[in-house]
Design a protein around this ligand. Structure first.
Ligand code: TYD
Ligand code: MG
Length: 452
C-alpha cells in the first residue's frame, strides 16, 4: 500500500513545513500550521478523463508574436467592464473576494443572467432552487445561463465538456475539492490544486473563469497568498453592509490598470450600476447646515464629490472624544493639532466627530481641507455657502498643499454645478477657462478669512 504523504501548511500564507511548528516563520502568525495529506499523482490534467491531447507550445521570437487587439467579452455591466479594463479577457482567471453577504454571488449571477454568452454558474454553497429564487428577483429568465451545484472538480469538468460554456463562474473556490488531494475542501492544498486545474482549463480552452473567494477576518482573501499570484485578476467587493453602496476595486490586473473602480447600489432587485457617483453621495439638503463641507476626491481614476460632516461640541467628560467614520482617526487628530497650533482654534476641550456620508471610506489626502472646513464650520456654527467645495491637503505647518489630478477634480465640481473650489496656490492648473471660480489658497488663515 502506498504510504500517505503529509505535509504541514500555514493556513494564513501557505508556507509549507516538513513538521509542525508553533509559529509560521514566513508570516509570523501563531497556530496556523495544519497537517494536510498530499498525494501527488503523475500525469493529470483537467482533461485526462476526457481526452489526453494537449497543445504543446514552442518558443517564439518576440517579434514573431502578433499583437492583435485582444478580444474581450462584454459583461453587459459598465462598472464591471471598467474595473477589468474593458471587458473579460478570454482565458483569464478572475478572483472576486469580499466579506460574506456583501453581494458577490448577486453580482456574478446578475452578470451571468445578462450575458448573451453561454454561462455556467457552479455553486457549491446554494441549491439550484435558492439560486433560481434569487435570479427571479434580479432579471427575467435568461436562456444562456446554466446552474450547476457541484463541488468536485472532476464532475464539473465533465459537465463543462458536454456544455462548452463561454464563461465559467465558480462560487466559491473554498467549496471545491479534487480527487487528487485528500485533505478537506477549503484547505490550502485543495484550494491550490483546484485553482491550478481551473487555470489549466482556462488557458487550454480559452474560456474565462471567475472565482469567488472568501475573505478572512482581517480582510485578506482566505487561502494562500499564492492564490492571488496564480490568477490574472484580483477584484475586491467592499462596502458597509449597513449602507447600500458597494465598491468594486481591482487589486491586481494583468490586463489593465488597477486604478479603476466600480460603484453599485444594492437594491431589492439586485445591484444597480451607479454611473454618476457624485450625485448620489451628496445629500440634497435645502436648508444650510453648519458642519458639512464637500470634498472633490479621486477614487482610482474617477473624480468623486463626497460630503463630509463634522460635529464639534464641548466635552462633558474629562478626555475629549475624537472619532471618524470613513476617515483615519490619526489623521483627524493631526488636523486638529494643526488647527490648534497654527490657526489658534481652541479645540482641545471639544469632542469632534467626523462622518463621510454614504458609508464609504476615503484615504485621499485631498479631502483634508474639506475636513478642516467642516470642523471649523461646526465649531463656529456657521454654514459653508452652497456651491463651495475643496480639494487640497493640509500640511503640518498649516500650509495648503497641492494634490494630484486637480484638473479632473475641478471639472467634476463644475459639471455638478459647484461655483467655487478651493485649491492650493502651488497646484499647477492646466485648465484655461472655467465657469467655476478657482480660489487659490496657501494657508489655513486664508481659507478661514474667505469662508466665514
Ligand atoms: P450575496 O450575493 O448572497 O452575498 P455573498 O455572496 O457576497 O455572500 O448577497 C447577499 C445580500 O444581498 C443579502 O443580505 C441580501 C442582499 N440582496 C439584496 O438586497 N437585493 C437583491 O436583489 C439580492 C439578490 C440580495
Ligand atoms: Mg455567496
Amino acid at each position: 500500500m502506498a504510504k500517505t504523504k503529509t505535509a504541514f501548511f500555514c493556513q494564513n500564507c501557505g508556507a509549507q513545513y516538513p513538521k509542525w511548528v508553533g509559529q509560521c516563520s514566513s508570516c509570523k502568525q501563531w497556530n496556523t500550521i495544519v497537517e494536510e495529506v498530499v498525494q501527488k499523482e503523475e500525469k493529470r490534467s483537467w482533461k485526462t478523463e476526457i481526452s489526453p491531447s494537449k497543445k504543446a507550445s514552442r518558443p517564439l521570437k518576440i517579434t514573431e508574436i502578433t499583437n492583435e487587439k485582444e478580444l474581450r467579452l462584454d459583461s453587459k455591466d459598465q462598472e464591471f467592464n471598467r474595473v477589468l479594463g474593458g471587458g473579460i479577457v478570454p482565458g483569464s482567471l478572475i478572483l472576486l473576494g469580499g466579506e460574506p453577504g456583501i453581494g458577490k454571488s448577486t453580482l456574478l449571477l446578475q452578470i451571468a443572467l445578462k450575458l448573451n454568452y453561454k454561462t455556467l454558474y457552479v455553486s457549491g454553497e446554494e441549491s439550484q432552487k435558492q439560486i433560481k429564487m434569487r435570479a427571479d428577483r434580479i432579471h427575467p429568465n435568461s436562456e444562456n445561463c446554466y446552474i450547476l451545484t457541484e463541488t468536485k472538480t472532476q464532475n464539473i469538468f465533465q459537465q463543462i465538456s458536454a456544455l462548452e460554456p463561454d464563461l465559467l463562474v465558480i462560487d466559491s473556490i473554498q467549496t471545491l475539492h479534487t480527487d487528487y488531494i485528500e485533505s478537506a475542501a477549503g484547505s490550502i492544498s485543495q484550494i491550490r490544486e483546484c485553482t491550478a486545474e481551473l487555470i489549466k482549463f482556462a488557458k487550454e480552452s480559452n474560456t474565462p473563469v471567475i472565482l469567488v473567494g472568501h475573505i478572512t477576518k482581517d480582510g485578506t482573501i482566505a487561502g494562500p497568498k499564492i492564490l492571488e499570484h496564480m490568477v490574472d485578476t484580483v477584484l475586491q467587493f467592499e462596502g458597509d453592509r449597513n449602507y447600500v453602496y458597494r465598491i468594486l476595486r481591482s487589486l491586481k490586473n494583468r490586463f489593465g490598470s488597477t486604478a479603476e473602480l466600480g460603484i453599485y447600489e444594492m437594491q431589492g432587485s439586485g445591484l444597480r450600476e451607479v454611473n454618476n457617483p457624485s450625485e448620489v453621495l451628496i445629500s440634497k439638503n435645502e436648508e444650510d447646515l453648519s458642519g458639512t463641507a464637500i470634498a472633490a476626491t479621486v477614487e482610482g481614476m474617477r473624480p468623486l464629490l463626497i460630503e463630509i460632516q463634522a460635529l464639534v461640541s464641548t466635552a462633558v467628560y474629562g478626555t475629549p472624544q475624537r472619532s471618524g467614520t470613513g476617515f483615519n482617526a490619526k489623521r483627524l487628530n493631526m488636523l486638529l493639532a494643526v488647527l490648534e497650533k497654527r490657526a489658534g482654534f481652541k479645540l482641545g476641550a471639544k469632542d469632534v466627530f467626523l462622518n463621510i456620508t454614504g458609508g464609504i471610506s476615503v484615504d485621499d489626502p485631498a479631502i483634508d481641507l474639506a475636513v478642516v472646513a467642516a470642523i471649523l464650520s461646526s465649531n463656529a456654527d456657521i454654514p459653508i455657502a452652497k456651491g463651495v467645495c475643496f480639494a487640497a491637503e493640509v500640511g503640518l505647518a498649516g500650509e495648503i498643499r497641492p494634490v494630484q489630478r486637480v484638473d479632473q477634480r475641478i471639472l467634476e465640481a463644475e459639471k455638478l454645478g459647484f461655483n467655487k473650489i478651493y485649491v492650493s496656490k502651488n497646484n499647477k492648473i492646466g485648465l484655461k477657462s472655467t465657469a467655476i471660480q478657482i480660489q487659490l489658497v496657501s494657508k489655513i488663515e486664508d481659507v478661514v478669512g474667505s469662508l466665514f
